[in-house]
Design a protein. Structure first.
Length: 254
């Protein structure tokens, strides 16, 4: 069955995504850093209030995906807590210094997350050789690979995404990165079964009083009086296009 996964950076976004018809949620925080591990309060709230599958991201910081010993210990503790809360899956990615998959640590992750679905996130797009990485992740039993085709957007990376779909012997290849209603048909035509999207928009803050001259952000140009929110209308429209189209694609291929 085709699935539309929506990346949510807050619990409010998760509620909107579910109501709009999302099939699964990748839950994270800190959009500016590309998504890091949600807080325990955020995780507990989502588990209590969201009924569709939620896969939290496990990423202790922004930046690269090569972690120190202490950072990996944090990762393992996060996996334990997320598993204890009863989430059905996690999203994670660990690379070695040479740009290949850190096989030793990823194998530890899979043992620790046994019984949960494991998605290897866009650390895949930073690896040295995507075909080698696909084979490595297949060998250790990864369920899904989230990728933009090693390009800034999945639309630009579509040629590699097609190759990965054709070559995959196991993991679902799930494109993500700039996928919207305007270009979703290109991914349907490529034969994807799952799509990842933020499907969001920037909205004004609820604050009426706005302190001038003081910023909490190291980026002086950042607008702290705006927030990123899921666009529920876009999610619903993408779901309406994606699911029937994939079903028809399968029937035609069969």
């Amino acid at each position: 069955m085709p699935k539309l996964e929506v990346c949510c950076y807050s619990v409010d976004c998760a509620v909107m995504a579910e109501r709009a018809g999302a099939d699964r949620i990748e839950l994270c925080t800190s959009k500016q850093e590309g998504g890091i591990t949600p807080s325990m309060g955020m995780l507990e709230w989502a588990k209590q209030h969201i009924s569709i599958p939620v896969h939290p991201i496990i990423r202790p910081r922004g930046g690269d995906f090569c972690y120190t010993k202490s950072e990996f210990e944090v990762i393992k503790r996060d996996i334990d807590q997320i598993r204890e809360l009863g989430f059905p899956g996690i999203v994670i990615g660990i690379l070695a210094e040479d740009g290949h998959i850190d096989m030793e640590r990823m194998q530890q992750v899979l043992v620790q997350a046994e019984g949960m679905s494991v998605t290897f996130h866009r650390a895949f797009d930073m690896c040295a050789n995507p075909i080698v990485a696909l084979n490595q992740l297949t060998d250790i039993g990864i369920d899904r690979i989230l990728t933009s085709g090693q390009q800034q957007t999945a639309e630009v990376g579509l040629p590699l995404i097609r190759d990965l779909i054709h070559q995959s012997r196991g993991p679902v290849i799930m494109p993500g990165g700039g996928i919207r209603l305007t270009n979703i048909h290109k991914f349907i035509d490529a034969g994807v079964q799952e799509i990842h999207t933020t499907a969001g928009q920037v909205i004004p803050s609820l604050m009426r009083y706005r302190k001038a001259g003081v910023s909490m952000n190291t980026d002086s140009e950042a607008d702290e009086f705006s927030q990123f929110r899921v666009d529920s209308d876009m999610v619903a429209a993408m779901k309406d296009v994606f699911v029937p189209s994939v079903v028809r694609f399968r029937q035609k291929a069969g």
